[in-house]
Design a protein around this ligand. Structure first.
Ligand code: GRG
Length: 298
């Protein structure tokens, strides 16, 4: 099962990388900036968000979602670059290689992030395979998911919970407060991915609602898996620095529920994600994803 899904992820990565490679060869980009953007955008991500866009559109017989996926991948890559910066998470390793500001420098990393963020909207607005009215809706939903009410806002709450801005010790958040910030920081782009695919496929409202539920639970699962990997995983398997959250007093469900409690919660959410797809006969690829994400953390 997992290898079928892995094959689909590899196909998705190849299609998105080819699409972005053509764009990132633009001769008008300063070469150092272009190289830095390629270092991350073509740099070995799993392409789970792209997969969600493309597979959800396929449920409704549409195979035109590649630009929508590529534009979302640009936003995701920007967020990783900025998240790794010294003023944010100060990480030196991602995807098994030096983070962008380490491989290049901080100013280049900030500008590569800015450029990928804005490129995303250029790609999406020009995606002629998607009807103009749908494109407009997606532009709005993507801006909302990535901005202050979504990912960037969630990141702000995450830093605040560490006690960054008032020089106090980390805040003791409740489970609900942790979920509130994670739904924004991590969940918003995953929710957008599934809904964007559904919108490209002109999904009826009831299907859109079920898919949204799947996406929302997958977002929680995704962050929980990431937090478990930080708590229990190895640097070599994760391709990134681990065991950072606890010393920083990071607000995570693992801190709240303990490792065993978090693992149990992970298993429960897998089942809920699968149940949300019950009415979709051709959703086997989407159905395999939660188990695959959880398995990396168990
Ligand atoms: C800087 C505005 C701004 C936001 C940062 C992305 C993010 C918000 C924080 C990252 C913190 C984090 C590690 C969250 C866990 C979920 C996550 C985004 C993991 C990385 O996503 P993958 O595993 O990455 O899909 P790949 O490398 O496969 O592309």
């Amino acid at each position: 099962m997992a290898s079928l899904l892995e094959d689909r992820l590899v196909d998705t990565a190849e299609a998105v990388n080819n699409y972005l490679n053509d764009i990132l060869q633009n001769k008008n980009f300063p070469p150092r900036l272009s190289e830095a953007m390629r270092y991350v955008a073509l740099g070995g991500g799993k392409h789970i968000r792209s997969f969600l866009v493309i597979e959800t559109a396929r449920l409704f017989g549409k195979s035109t979602a590649l630009p929508i996926a590529a534009s979302l991948e640009c936003i995701h890559c920007y967020s990783l670059i900025h998240d790794d910066l010294p003023s944010m998470d100060n990480d030196t390793l991602r995807r098994g290689k030096p983070t962008l500001h380490v491989a290049y420098d901080e100013a280049t990393a900030i500008l590569a992030g800015d450029s990928l963020l804005t490129l995303a909207f250029e790609i999406l607005s020009g995606a002629e395979s998607v009807a103009p009215a749908t494109r407009l809706l997606l532009l709005r939903e993507l801006a909302h998911a990535a901005g202050a009410a979504g990912m960037a806002g969630g990141q702000m709450l995450d830093l605040a919970a560490e006690g960054r801005f008032d020089k106090k010790t980390p805040l003791q958040l409740t489970e609900d407060q942790i979920l509130y910030l994670q739904v924004r920081k991590t969940g918003a782009l995953i929710r957008y991915a599934v809904r964007a695919g559904a919108r490209v496929g002109a999904a009826p409202e009831d299907k859109l609602q079920n898919l949204t539920l799947y996406a929302e639970m997958l977002g929680v699962l995704f962050q929980l898996a990431d937090d478990l990997i930080d708590a229990t995983g190895s640097e070599s398997a994760a391709g990134k620095t681990v065991a950072k959250d606890r010393p920083r007093g990071k607000a995570t469900l693992v801190a709240c529920l303990g490792v065993e409690g978090a693992r149990e919660r992970l298993r429960q959410i897998v089942i809920l994600c699968e149940a949300a797809l019950e009415g979709f006969e051709s959703a086997k690829n989407l159905k395999m994803l939660p188990r695959y994400v959880a398995a990396r953390a168990l």
